[in-house]
Design a protein around this ligand. Structure first.
Ligand code: CP
Length: 321
């Protein structure tokens, strides 16, 4: 039976570890210029009903490396623009013998809905304000490369946590793997207490990022200004910008992360975005390897998927019991 990756919340830490190890294996092979062999060819539909650069391109790259065939659907050029429902679109793709789906949609829960109609492997590429699991996997891989473990790390997630699927997936993943998660930002952008997200809330930037090993900024969704949730971008910048000055309070070797797209000069200054602490480019590149792992994993039945090539056994990533 195939599997889905609809979110991190319901993924076991063993599965997260398996996906990260597989990502590391793929990265090693690609960097060594070795071909990926032994992976059965599949036809995957990429359904992006919402704008994307990083996620869409890295899924395409991942599929290319795996030797998969890809059909890319954009809402504007599909029959959705003529009023076809998500259910009928998904059933049509099933009828067209598409074997797996990767989907981004603005509605929370849409990936689950698509999986219920499609039946086969589905990977959530971001659904509304719910989850963005492959972003969190790529972020975890990036942190692991620099810090060797996630266990015991202090990670501040700064900005619009309330509306962020990236924050949700990262909070679940990091806490499952033993990191301490902090949510930092104005009260109005913090999760409601009944969201039950794992993490401590800090409404001031400096106490929130103090001694943190990782400072993960979120995109300030300018559309929230229109909602009247924030008084001004200038005020947000003054109180919450991660920059050369404010980063002095974080750990000296802190990693600065951002899922993109960035509002340069708002969530972070140029020094934070491009300077020695930034791992933003690594996050982008690692997106390819975790998506290779995600695609292989969902197509494999229960049990450890094999990357095809024979690989040296890697040490396990430390996980919370
Ligand atoms: N991080 C992220 O999801 O970026 P895109 O919207 O460009 O895919």
């Amino acid at each position: 039976m195939s599997r889905n990756i609809l979110g991190i919340r319901h993924l076991k830490s063993d599965s997260i570890q398996e996906l990260l190890e597989l990502s590391q294996s793929y990265k090693k092979l690609i960097e060594a210029g070795k071909p990926i062999t032994g992976v059965p060819s599949k036809t995957v539909g990429l359904l992006f009903f919402e704008a994307s650069t990083r996620t869409r391109v890295s899924f395409e790259q991942a599929a290319n490396y795996l030797g998969y065939h890809v059909s890319v659907f954009a809402a504007q050029s599909s029959s959705l623009s003529k009023g076809e429902t998500l259910k009928d679109t998904v059933l049509t793709l099933k009828g067209e013998r598409i074997e797996g789906l990767v989907m981004r949609h603005r509605a929370s829960g849409s990936a689950q809905l698509a999986a219920s109609f499609f039946g086969g492997p589905v990977v959530n590429a971001g659904d509304g304000e719910h989850e963005h699991p492959t972003q969190a996997l790529g972020d975890a891989l990036t942190i692991l490369e620099r810090k060797k473990t996630l266990k015991g790390l202090k990670v501040a997630i700064v900005g619009d946590v309330l509306h962020s699927r990236v924050a949700r997936s990262n909070a679940w993943l990091l806490s499952k793997m033993g990191a301490e998660v902090r949510f930092v930002g104005p009260k109005i952008l913090m999760p409601a207490s009944n969201a039950l997200l794992p993490g401590m809330i800090y409404n001031e930037l400096l106490p929130g990022i103090q001694e943190c090993d990782v400072v993960m900024c979120l995109r300030l969704q300018k559309e929230r200004m229109a909602d009247g949730l924030l008084s001004s971008i200038g005020q947000y910048r003054r109180l919450y910008q991660v920059n050369r000055e404010t980063l002095k309070i974080a750990a000296p070797d802190a990693l600065v992360m951002h899922p993109g797209p960035l509002n340069r000069g708002v969530e972070l200054d140029d020094w934070a975005a491009d300077g020695p602490l930034s791992v933003i480019q690594d996050q982008i590149e690692n997106g390819i390897f975790v998506r290779m792992a995600a695609l292989t994993w969902v197509f494999s039945s229960q049990g450890k998927p094999k990357p095809g090539n024979k690989l040296a056994k890697k040490p396990r990533v430390e996980a919370k019991a």
